[in-house]
Design a protein around this ligand. Sequence first.
Ligand code: 5GP
Ligand code: MG
Length: 176
Amino acid sequence: MEKELLNEQEIERILTRITHEILEKNKGAQNICLIGIVTGGVYLAERIKNKIKETEGIDVPLGVLDISFYRDDINISKKRKTIKPTNIPFSIDNRTVILVDDVLFTGRSTRAAMDALMDFGRPAQIQLAVLIDRGHRELPIMANYTGKYIPTSREEKIKVNFKETTGKDSVLLIKQ
Ligand code: 5GP
Ligand code: MG
């Protein structure tokens, strides 16, 4: 069974709000960079980058992080890796890094992303932005910017559709 939780317009408004929260918390965009976690986080990070450009006129550096290598509890998908491999073509030293992911669940991906980032440099700060927080944390991790908190059962899944891949943005709750 599928239930639509967010439509295109709602997702757009959420991303506008998160962008403004990021700008408010960091007093502008001067010292920040965005890192999208493959693959959904990359689309979201690109949207936020565009919105920052529109409101502040600043081109924030955008990197891509694939953490499947750092996750010890999931199978590495070869297919995923060929789509968007890790690419951070700028220094993160002394910058505020904003990690962007589509869904926050146990927190293990975020932990792995933070581990991976430490290999790239020494950020001044790391913040986390997610579209959906579905609960069930196994680590002491929370997002600085949350699109929507959706309490789920472990069996339920969130499906995030992106214009870039399916032609339309939406968030669905999938019940088995
Ligand atoms: P965690 O590592 O916090 O357990 O899970 C977060 C990662 O797994 C995110 O990168 C997210 O894309 C993916 N994920 C976990 N649960 C879901 C879900 O219900 N739906 C989607 N689309 N991704 C999920
Ligand atoms: Mg993901």
